[in-house]
Ligand binder design. Structure first.
Ligand SMILES: *Cc1c(COP(=O)(O)O)cnc(C)c1O
Length: 360
């Protein structure tokens, strides 16, 4: 970017680093917490059948009415409690734009990087309250910051990306009780944990729960997320939402997928079983420390610099995520893939870690 253009850019965005996505075609891809299984043939066939009734010359339903109806059944909440988005990423930004701009947004690192990026784009001040060494929330510190009158939103991710642990229900309730602002509970991985606190919304009108089709339902490429909240929060968000944010095709596929729940529940069960197997295999690799996970990824630490491990795996055509940083020294995150992919990853890791140990 030329100096001239940079000079026109909002000063508070100048040092924001654009989100980068590595691209290695043909590699074993375990870096983005995607579902490793493609859409089941019967679901794909049903999508194709329904497509014959679509012509796509009209704008999509701005309120995604059919999808919200299905999601009401799935979550046990009412359609008025639901807002669909172009990925949950869009909903995070909308929530921060509507409620966070000019105030403080509390973030609990190590956690999902997009909270800080969206907070800054929305013109809010991100305030970090670090998790403890065991990745649990530092509740006294969090409550202190949540109570600050300038705090508009407190963000909690559970199961937390990239650490994999969940936050107890009582802790979420305590933060909601302490703050005068909103609490955003990101449950992108709830299906893998087998539990959700979204029922709390009926008692806590300032709690906002975020979910997605990108992980358990395997629709990352279609960008469908949803937010669960008090109807007053939903109505407020309509002020900043792009009217046609969720395209017709994505709405159609998401509705269809929800009609095949048992099939997806079976897949989630398989991924959870693979996660436990991968956990055992990782623990057996010499020098590797593995952290328990309730999601579809596993965090681990090796005795080597994380970048060296990352590159060693890349050389063996395996792509994972280097998440090393404060609180995550020498740590990497691997997504649970299909059994053969997990196996190839463990073998490659053994070569990298144990090979390096032997060579000094
Ligand atoms: C993957 C992920 C999401 C999902 O984002 P989409 O935009 O719905 O694909 C949200 N939050 C966290 C913590 C995630 O890891």
């Amino acid at each position: 970017m030329t100096e001239e253009v940079l000079g026109l850019l909002r000063p508070d965005l100048r040092d924001l680093v654009p989100y980068e996505v590595p691209h290695y075609p043909g590699y074993i891809k375990l870096d983005a917490n995607e579902n490793p299984y493609p859409l089941a043939p019967e679901v794909l066939a049903e999508v194709c059948r329904r497509l014959s009734g679509e012509s796509f010359n009209r704008y999509p339903d701005p309120l995604a009415t059919a999808l919200r109806g299905k999601l009401a059944e799935y979550t046990g909440l009412a359609p008025e409690n639901i807002l669909a988005g172009n990925g949950s990423d869009e909903l995070i930004l909308n929530l921060f734009l509507a409620f966070g701009s000019g105030g403080r947004i509390i973030i609990t690192p190590p956690t999902f990087a997009m909270y800080e990026i969206h907070a800054r784009i929305a013109g809010a001040v991100p305030v970090m309250v670090a998790r403890r060494e065991d990745f649990s929330l530092d509740l006294p510190a969090l409550i202190r910051e949540a109570q600050n009158p300038a705090t508009r939103i407190t963000v909690i991710c559970s199961p937390n990306n990239p650490t994999g642990n969940i936050v107890p229900r009582e802790v979420v309730e305590a933060v909601v009780a302490a703050t005068g602002g909103l609490v955003l509970l990101d449950e992108a991985y709830a299906e893998f944990a087998g539990e959700s606190y979204c029922d709390l919304i009926n008692r806590c009108p300032r709690l906002v729960v975020l979910r997605t089709f990108s992980k358990a339902f395997g629709l990352a490429g279609l960008r469908v997320g949803y937010l669960l909240a008090d109807p007053a929060v939903i109505t407020a968000l309509l002020r900043v939402k792009q009217p046609f944010n969720l395209n017709s095709f994505s709405q159609l596929v998401a509705v269809t997928v929800l009609e095949y729940l048992p099939l997806f529940e079976r897949r989630v069960g398989e991924i959870v079983a693979s996660r436990e197997e991968l956990y055992r295999r990782l623990k057996a690799v010499r020098g590797v420390e593995v952290f328990p996970s309730r999601a579809n990824f596993i965090l681990f630490r090796t005795p080597l610099p994380a970048q060296k491990v990352y590159e060693g795996l890349l050389a063996r055509r395996v792509l994972i995520r280097n998440v090393a940083g404060p609180g995550l020294e020498q740590c990497l995150r691997v997504t649970v893939g299909r059994p053969a992919e997990n196996e190839a990853f463990v073998e490659a890791l053994k070569e990298v870690v144990e090979g390096c140990a032997e060579n000094g």
